[in-house]
Design a protein around this ligand. Structure first.
Ligand code: SF4
Length: 390
């Protein structure tokens, strides 16, 4: 690896590993009066937080680097891991840089966590972001616009000034730019995955959950320049797969490395989906709040927590397989994740109608043993290569 790429990777790795969010503390201390607002997966309108002059900070649990001591006491056994580690982060004062938290409505676990937050931290701003499930502009659009209005007022109050339309338009421009470079990154990885290993791409993406959007865009651009210059990265006889189910609780980095070592080029995924939520640009002129509201209705990623009309579930996955010339799909979801696991049979049915091979396993953010996953993914990779050659 060239020294400049090594330096970039070292920086994003450090951000990923820092469970004390020092970069957020640093950003706040650069100017008095700055605020940071945390958000849980998957999607929140970060443009509004940015327009308020605040830093949106993705809270994605503690991964495999946090020992859960008190977090377990808050939840029953049979749910996913991310709420426990998020509570643990908060109870161990690792989230002190945050002046508020947003909890988007993706499942009951996140809903309950938002209630717990209100009880545990009554002095901090907490908002449950009730995303629309009706995609008729007159119904869901009107509702979502009202929710955005409330959030705009709340953030304005915390920041001590109203958010102007002009500021919001400027924020939309910045996030459009960021999503464009992320789309370029995904396209580049799909074209030549050996230059853009997912275990590295993930770290580059993940930096976008803690850095200001302008800085993150620069990092992604630089990565796009540097990665293809690495002479030691060559095409290999590996299978092209799409990974599905990782939109909320994140897999440990070791799991992504394991999949690559098992012979899988990951050519599409739903990791950190909130960063790439809109499929295209949000209009940059006109009423910015209305533009945000309509963009949610028309350009949202298709995933388990979003309503899709009868018979359409899985169409996006088949499309991703075809567009990325993938040979198979790996369903890789957090244990006990209702949205991911309840959607899975419908996705499987869609794949089977098209004869697309698939396999599945589950993980927890603190999974530490990958031997079984490596064997399973390796066997899957070998078998789809054999099928495609047959
Ligand atoms: S991992 Fe799944 S069940 Fe757990 S909080 Fe996230 S979406 Fe909800």
């Amino acid at each position: 690896m060239t020294p400049d790429l090594a330096q970039l990777v070292e920086r994003v790795t450090h951000l990923y590993e820092d469970l004390h969010f020092q970069s957020v503390h640093d950003w706040k201390s650069e100017e008095p009066g700055r605020h940071a607002i945390g958000y849980m997966p998957i999607y929140v309108p970060r443009e509004l937080v940015h327009a308020a002059g605040m830093l949106p900070v993705g809270i994605l649990g503690g991964g495999d680097r946090l020992e859960i001591i008190r977090g377990d006491a808050y939840f029953q056994s049979y749910i996913c891991h991310i709420p426990r580690s998020t509570i643990e982060l908060a109870l161990t004062q690792r989230l002190e840089a945050l002046d508020g938290m947003l909890f988007p409505s993706i499942c009951d676990v996140i809903r309950n966590l938002s209630g717990m937050w209100q009880m545990l931290f009554p002095e901090r701003y907490v908002r449950y972001i009730d995303l629309p499930q009706n995609f008729d502009p007159a119904v869901g659009g009107t509702f979502w616009r009202q929710e955005l209005d409330t959030l705009r007022e709340d953030l304005g109050r915390i920041g001590g000034r109203e958010i102007a339309d002009l500021e919001l338009r400027q924020s939309v421009v910045k996030y459009n730019e960021n999503r464009r470079v992320l789309r370029q990154l995904y396209e580049a990885r799909s074209e030549r995955p050996w230059f853009f290993p997912t275990s590295e791409v993930y770290l580059v993406l993940r930096a976008g959950t803690v850095l200001p959007v302008e800085e993150h865009t620069k990092i992604v651009r630089r990565y796009l320049e540097l990665a293809p210059l690495q002479d030691d990265r060559r095409d290999q006889d590996m299978s092209r797969v799409v990974l599905v189910g990782m939109f909320c609780e994140q897999p440990p980095l070791g799991l992504l490395i394991t999949l690559e070592r098992a012979g899988c080029w990951i050519v599409d995924d739903d990791l950190l989906l909130g960063l790439r939520w809109m499929s295209g640009d949000i209009p940059e002129d006109g009423d910015p709040l209305q533009n945000l509201a309509i963009a949610y209705l028309e350009q949202s990623a298709q995933t388990a927590s979003v309503y899709q009309p009868e018979g359409r579930r899985g169409a996006w996955l088949v499309d991703s397989v075809q567009r990325n010339v993938a040979e198979g799909v790996i369903f890789c979801a957090p244990s006990f994740c209702d949205p991911a696991l309840l959607e899975q049979p419908m996705l499987v049915a869609a794949l089977e109608r098209e004869g697309i091979p698939h396999t599945q396993f589950k993980y927890s953010e603190n999974t530490g043993q990958f031997a079984v996953i490596r064997e399973q993914a390796g066997t899957f990779s070998d078998s789809i290569r054999l099928w495609s050659e047959a």
